[in-house]
Design a protein around this ligand. Structure first.
Ligand code: ZN
Length: 344
């Protein structure tokens, strides 16, 4: 089939690749409609590796997808041909210790789309386990459905942070994950969110998401702004979504006593931490790796209108222009948040 294949770093081709897949009794075949371009896809394109995952063989990219069910395994009770769906891209070993503990995202044997050597979904069809395939509500478009994967990261972060009604939160970094985390935090009950970044276009987009105060850290001190707005107390939660190591000290400075810092962004190198600055606030530090059990919750919030991702989908490319989409994604305009590719 025709697929977006990363041959090696910097070499991306839309070309035929042999991918023979037959659905088993618990699988469905899905015709792909929309695929989001993720930072990880672009990282593989530019660098050929993420940490220990190295592209050694041609790799089909893409893991944020929505489409239509075209074939259903005989033991699948909940999906039918014609259902519009989105898919969780990471499939754990169901019998693994992590999966049995309900933390299947931490299964070392998880097979995740577009993570070498597992092919991704930038291709006309995929065969996928029905248990990781979720029907889209009628009012959720394919484009929105393809946003559920990155949204699930933000949902998982808000869940691990244990947000309570009325909490105040800070989100550091207004990229796709930061903005989706802000939306998840608002849907989860936060009354006010401060979003920091250095790109004015992204900050103004953030300000349109709800009770969000944008903080341009080129000109303003994040902790100062937060403290001033909270009677000197600080924020109950800080979500670090920039991946910049230096942001951790900003996070601790903006945090309220007893608050939680949740680390989402992945720095490229080890980061020093001021332990005492964390101790004097008894800061709780949480980390997230992808997500578990978040797709149904995200879709339920989208269905009732409590969470709307549309303004974050800023750029669309047709499948035939996938190479151009990745070149654009490697150096996008400042206003770009999420780039999506639409299949014919
Ligand atoms: Zn992603």
């Amino acid at each position: 089939m025709l697929a977006v294949v990363l041959e090696q770093k910097h070499v991306l081709r839309l070309r035929e690749i042999a991918l023979a897949e037959e659905p088993g009794p618990h699988d469905v075949r899905i015709r792909i409609h929309t695929v989001g371009v993720c930072g990880s896809d672009v990282h593989y394109y530019r660098h050929g590796a993420i940490g220990p995952f190295v592209v050694r063989e041609p790799l089909v990219l893409g893991h944020e997808a929505a489409g239509t069910v075209v074939e259903v395994g005989r033991a699948v009770p909940h999906l039918r041909v014609g259902d519009r769906v989105c898919m969780e891209p990471g499939i754990p070993d169901a019998g693994s210790r992590a999966a049995r503990l309900g933390r299947y995202n931490l299964d070392p044997a998880v097979r995740f789309w577009a993570t070498p050597p597992v092919h991704g979904c930038l291709r006309p069809t995929v065969v996928h386990p029905a248990a990781f395939t979720f029907r889209l509500p009628d009012n959720v478009s394919f484009a929105e459905g393809a946003m559920v994967e990155p949204l699930a990261v933000g949902m998982h972060a808000v869940n691990k942070a244990r947000v309570r009604p009325g909490d105040v939160a800070v989100v550091i970094g207004a990229g796709p994950i930061g903005l989706l985390t802000a939306l998840a935090a608002l849907a989860g009950g936060c009354s006010r969110i401060f979003v920091s970044d250095v790109v004015p276009e992204r900050l103004s987009l953030a300000a349109g998401l709800g009770p969000v105060t944008p903080v341009d850290v080129r000109h303003e001190n994040l902790a100062g702004v937060v403290r001033q707005a909270t009677d000197g107390w600080g924020a109950d939660h800080v979500f670090e979504a920039s991946g910049h190591g230096a942001a951790l000290s900003d996070a601790l400075a903006a945090l309220a006593p007893g608050g939680a810092v949740t680390l989402i962004g992945m720095p490229g190198a080890p980061v020093p931490i001021d332990v005492v600055a964390a101790q004097v606030k008894e800061a709780r530090i949480e980390t997230v790796f992808r997500y578990a059990h978040m797709f149904p919750r995200a879709l339920a919030l989208m269905e009732i209108g409590a969470l709307n991702v549309r303004s974050l989908i800023t750029d669309r490319f047709p499948f035939g222009d996938s190479s151009a989409a990745f070149d654009y994604a490697a150096s996008p305009k400042p206003a770009t948040v999420k780039i999506q590719i639409e299949l014919p």
